[in-house]
Design a protein around this ligand. Sequence first.
Ligand SMILES: *Cc1c(COP(=O)(O)O)cnc(C)c1O
Length: 370
Amino acid sequence: MLLLTPGPVQTRPETRAAMAVDIAPWDPDFGREYTMIRERVRDIAGGMAGVHATLPLQGAGHFVVEAAIRTFVPSAGRILVVSNGAYGERMTRLAREAGREPVVLAVPDTRGVLAEEVAEALAADPAISHVGMVYSETGSGVVNDPAAVGAAVRAAGRRLIVDAVSAFGALPFDLKAQPECDVVLFTSNKCLEGLPGIGFAVCPMERTRERAGLAGSWSFDLGDVLRHAERSGWGSFRFTPPVQALHAFGVAMEAYLAEGGQPARLARYTENMRVLRAGAERLGLRPYLDAAHQGPIILTLHQPEAPGFTLAGFVEALKRRGVLISNFYTTPTPTIRIGCIGAVTPDDMRFALGAMAGVLDELGVTRRAA
Ligand SMILES: *Cc1c(COP(=O)(O)O)cnc(C)c1O
């Protein structure tokens, strides 16, 4: 089965095979492996040894996003959330339910936020301490620019939280160039092509240390994750980790570095997207985003307005042809979401396009070449 969802993503056979072992998390061999994973992840984030730390948290991406909000935004504090899609909305909800006060900066999901819009919103409300943003909005596929937004945040003397869950490892990020950034967030599973199970926060240590004990949750306190590492060692965990997923993540990291790291991964995903987008247009499927705003992570297409078409029917028929895509959409109008990330290549995209052509015929959807 070819998995074309923007998380969980298709993984390499050697990454999956690495799961099939028993490991004790306190074993020094695993501790060394885990310490190296933390250092590699920090380096990919543009973090510096002794200044920044990788703080892993068991669970899904939402968990580590919530942990970041609880750790860095003061309780009852105000966070400006850039919202141009489902994940911005999710960050708003996580902040509200954590007792923080989200202020929503609503932006259409068809373009990235402008730095001036963030600057204006911050100037209008001095009580906002943080800006939360999603790097790659996995709803529509639009990309926001953390360096540009970060510059506005820095100029306003505020702090930045970046949900880079669907971007990290493919789109560039340089923590040392963004001193306003409290945390960049991602998971084992998306562009780093590991198995799901663990979230990562890369943070400046000094600020994180100051925030320990203030999250209102022991589980979601990144300051406590750091404190534990400093007391018990970088190879240690507070609570039982998904050891197999971490071990497999180490294997996925080897493949990441062997491929050429971030530039190589971005190039492959961009080519995946280009082939898929051009092919979909040839099938008469209209992209949701203008080419200028199209990110490399996920392609969103308008659902064809044809009597025979339902998303569920399309997804089921594609699955019978060996391709699994997302079975839901989060854009205001009905769309089809196809991931361009994971251990997949442009040839896989060509295969998927062949399957899509067959399915459209099967459903009786007339193919109007664009
Ligand atoms: C996938 C994703 C998440 C986290 O999703 P989980 O299902 O909780 O792992 C968060 N933000 C973005 C932008 C994502 O794409």
